[in-house]
Design a binder for this molecule. Structure first.
Ligand SMILES: Cc1cc2nc3c(=O)[nH]c(=O)nc-3n(C[C@H](O)[C@H](O)[C@H](O)COP(=O)(O)O)c2cc1C
Length: 285
């Protein structure tokens, strides 16, 4: 079980000490051309989580490869590159230029208007041009996410990143939309039950390695994602509130596992599918 950051939730170059305590660092999504992102306001806090409408602001592929990536490698932790685009060939062109990283295909950004090709078509195009590990990051805004998971597995994905944000809106004092784009991606605690359902459904359907995320705030949350089927877990919104979350969550995780009589956190993987820890332990005793 590894703890990573969720894409876009940590700037490793301005906070290298936080990035170095992660088991791997995931970059912000990189698109072929530079993007300014959406008009402000781009972040709004709500009672149950955060809304963002960053809109994939990034320096573009060429600058990322020439400047950002070499600096990220200098952190000394494995690097995952989050790849975005607006057509399958755009994703594939970026993948073809990458070496010695894990690739996370952002198939799910809610803050951009352009329509993308289908998730499976994008994965297939990328699979043709790279043998690097390919994770498909999916949107939870779909009742049966496991169908998409099966399709990207058949197209050659090695793993799944679950989940990206869901569309939400918040209104201000005089009932005006608080975000410049009126809606944005909802992240944080409100997303956790949605994310757990996605991990549960996709693990049951595919048994693929899953990087679980969505509202993880504590060690207990991590344990629940692993029980639902995640192999690894990413911290997103919590990093804005508590930059020391990686260490805190790790120590809480050890205590939570011990309290359940679990020696190794990896032993909990998928246990929710078998009625929980108590019923698995009673079968093995
Ligand atoms: C400010 C912000 C920026 C984000 N940028 C990206 C991004 O560039 N690419 C991506 O795949 N996900 C992006 N996400 C989504 C997160 O990676 C993650 O999937 C989501 O926030 C759910 O996790 P959380 O509830 O722990 O934050 C962003 C989220 C936030 C809050």
């Amino acid at each position: 079980m590894r703890i990573l950051n969720a894409s876009g939730c940590l700037d490793a170059l301005t906070a290298p000490d936080i990035a170095r305590v992660l088991d791997a660092f995931v970059s912000k999504t990189v698109t072929p051309l530079p993007r300014e992102g959406n008009a402000p306001v781009r972040i709004a806090e709500t009672d149950v989580g955060m809304l963002n409408s960053i809109g994939l602001a990034n320096p573009g592929r060429d600058a990322f490869l020439a400047e950002t990536l070499p600096r990220l490698r200098g952190l000394g932790v494995p690097v995952w590159v989050s790849v975005g685009g607006f057509a399958a060939h755009e994703y594939a062109e970026t993948c073809a230029q990458l070496a010695d990283v894990t690739i996370e295909l952002n198939l799910s950004c809610p803050n951009v208007d352009e329509a993308a090709d289908s998730a499976a078509a994008i994965v297939a195009a990328c699979r043709e041009v790279t043998s690097l590990p390919l994770y498909a990051k999916l949107s939870p805004a779909n009742w049966d996410i496991s169908e998409v998971a099966r399709a990207v597995q058949a197209a050659g994905a090695d793993g799944l990143s679950l989940v990206n944000t869901m569309r939400g809106t918040a209104l201000g004092e005089s009932l005006e939309p608080r975000l410049g784009t009126w809606s944005g991606g909802l992240s944080g605690p409100a997303l956790k039950p949605v994310a757990l359902a996605a991990v549960y459904a996709c693990w049951r359907a595919t048994r693929m390695p899953i990087l679980g995320m969505g509202g993880v705030m504590s060690g207990r949350d991590v344990l629940e994602f692993i029980a639902a089927g995640a192999q690894d877990v990413a911290l997103g919104t919590v990093l804005f509130r508590d930059p020391e979350a990686p260490q805190r969550v790790r120590s809480e995780l050890a205590a939570e596992a011990a309290a359940l009589g679990v020696a190794d956190v990896d032993d909990v993987r998928g246990v929710a599918h078998e009625g929980g820890v108590a019923s698995r332990l009673s079968l093995t005793r």
